[in-house]
Design a protein around this ligand. Sequence first.
Ligand code: SF4
Length: 376
Amino acid sequence: MRMTEYYRKWAIGPLRDYEACREYAHTIGAMRNTRPGMSRNHYLDHVDAISFIYDWKGRENIYISIAAYNPEKEIKGYPYLYFDFDCPENPELAISKGLEFARSVKNRYAAHPVTYLSGFKGLGVIIPLKTYVDWDTYTALWRTLIQPYNYLGKLIDTNVLDRRRLHRIPYTYNIKKGVRRLSRLISLNRQIIRPGEFDWDNYEPLDPGQVAIYRIKAELPLPRPIYLGGSKHRMKKLLPRKIEDLANTDSVPPCIRNIIDTMIKSGDIDHYARLVLVWYLKWTGFTVDNVVDFYRRYAKDYNERITRYQVEYAFGLKGSRKNYLMPSCRWMKEHGLCLECGWDRNPITYTYSKALVNEEIKELFYRIVRSKAIHV
Ligand code: SF4
């Protein structure tokens, strides 16, 4: 009875939608290690889902869709966001980074993610939502939340960004090559949560309206106006001199605004997001001291010596003394740091085209670009 109620909670989801169907799948031959990759899918309401789960639990892998459907198999919406932290070589790393991400979402938005061990090599993170969202909103929320913690795209399975994605139901078995392990719910501080203790009420949902989703088209710089006399700069505004203010400035691209905003609110963005921010600040005229002061104000793990060294290194003043450019949008995309605003050149030229930036710095940037024959 206890398990039946538990599985029903997953079927109806955090919005307690008893009318909804979910797509379920079971593998074929996982215990005998035959026909890898084969599975069978079904659309089930919460009543049929229970018998489906009992039929296959322990014999096959069982999955549930991230989407909720109506009985005509049309998507009603998405009741939660799903993230899969996965590292076959180092499952512990995936688990600790997944929990770190979940804790940061809690700090930033006061939303409480559900976390579960997948059984073998990673962690599932589910962020319940206050309302159903459509697919466009789902992807925008997903990207915005994960971007400052993407670890260069290495630990996050980006294949989960699929409108028909399914995920393992916690407290079913993960079966691989004939070996099975139970997937278990855990708390953000790694305590096991038993099925009878689970309830969506224990997890504060995320209000999608709280997350700044950067509306891409509106963000893009307009085509350059033709100036009939006067300065071509007169249409541009000066960039704010306070780093915090950049998070609300539309001449700063969404990828950078999101990193700054996350740093201010949670204080624990990942190393690469920090590095990208340093390069952006360097090429928009901020000094080493400005950047170090910013990290001193917000980074939870702040260490004066290490931070100063890393910032000076990124500015080309220490170590290899290379004058690092701001990475291109392509690089940002390849490393999971792009929020797909459509600029597709270089985040720094986004700002150069919209705001007044120190001319010498800008000139230097373009000079290096020309010398390397890079297209920006
Ligand atoms: S396209 Fe470029 S500027 Fe726009 S979000 Fe992606 S990396 Fe940033």
